[in-house]
Write a protein that binds this ligand. Structure first.
Ligand code: IPE
Ligand code: IPE
Ligand code: MG
Length: 253
């Protein structure tokens, strides 16, 4: 079993992003309706946030509802939205106790009014917390995010506030929903699917990807620790050679 003690303190991922997948299949295996899986996903959310906080990660982002998920049956969408409202309210005391700052990204205006209100309340109530930033990705799609970003920048060019030469990678980063978050170091997807499903395409450019067969409702702290351990055993080369990295390492010791 993976333990938090096995995690090296000098190589902690700053930002962990999770595609929480497999709720429907978890429920189906138990002969239950898909919603039952969503209802049983809260423990996994709690455990990942606590686990990431114990590891010393600055930010954790959770893919909770994609722009494509609006195409699911209305009954399931409605259930997911009421679950969101209910869970946010229920978790607020724990967010406070654990010093968790809540954030949300995506087309938040598409969410039902009640969900928007609850989200704003929780974001406001936790805004001075600083142990870890928890970002809920809701009605989130990476292509939509990039599209919105391009439009914002184009408007500035049109107004004459910006020249095309001023458009840098940094400027793009500053105009994404994730402008106040570090790049993703580790991306975890549960349920065995190995795809990004329109998640953080820009931000994942150099992330380490970790796929596990575990279905999301079964995901626990130890599973997160295992992912972080795996991450720490990888060599992140960022285009360089292994030999170059060894040289750099020697210079720093
Ligand atoms: C992830 O589980 C939760 C959401 C996408 C909202 P799924 O509902 O996708 O579960 P599977 O993939 O059908 O098992
Ligand atoms: C991705 O899961 C979205 C979330 C986890 C919220 P999906 O289950 O919707 O992804 P696909 O459609 O199978 O790729
Ligand atoms: Mg799925």
């Amino acid at each position: 079993m993976s333990l938090v003690e096995n995690i090296k303190k000098n190589k902690v991922p700053k930002h962990i992003a999770i595609i929480m997948d497999g709720n429907g299949r978890w429920a189906k295996k138990k002969g239950m309706a898909r919603i039952f899986g969503h209802r049983n996903a809260l423990t996994a959310v709690r455990e990942s946030v606590i686990g990431a906080s114990e590891v010393g990660t600055e930010a954790i982002s959770l893919y909770a509802f994609s722009t494509e998920n609006w195409n699911r049956p209305k009954l399931e969408v409605d259930a997911l939205m009421s679950l969101l409202i209910h869970s946010l309210k229920k978790e607020l005391p724990d967010f406070q106790k654990n010093n968790v700052k809540v954030n949300a990204i995506g087309r938040l205006g598409d969410l039902p009014k009640k969900a928007q209100e609850t989200l704003n309340e929780v974001i406001d109530a936790t805004k001075t917390n600083n142990k870890i930033t928890l970002t809920f990705c809701l009605s989130y799609g990476s292509r939509e995010e990039i599209n919105t970003c391009v439009k914002k920048i184009a408007e500035e060019v049109k107004k004459g506030n910006l020249n095309p030469e001023d458009i840098t990678e940094d400027l793009i980063q500053q105009n994404l929903y994730t402008h106040n978050l570090p790049d993703v170091d580790l991306m975890i997807r549960t349920s065995g699917e190995q795809r990004l499903s329109n998640y953080l395409l820009w931000q994942l450019a150099y992330a380490e990807l970790y796929f596990t067969e575990t279905l999301w409702p079964d995901f626990r702290r130890e599973d997160l620790f295992k992912a972080v351990e795996t991450y720490q055993n990888r060599e992140r080369r960022f285009g360089k050679t292994s030999e170059q990295l060894e040289g750099e390492h020697e210079q720093t010791i």
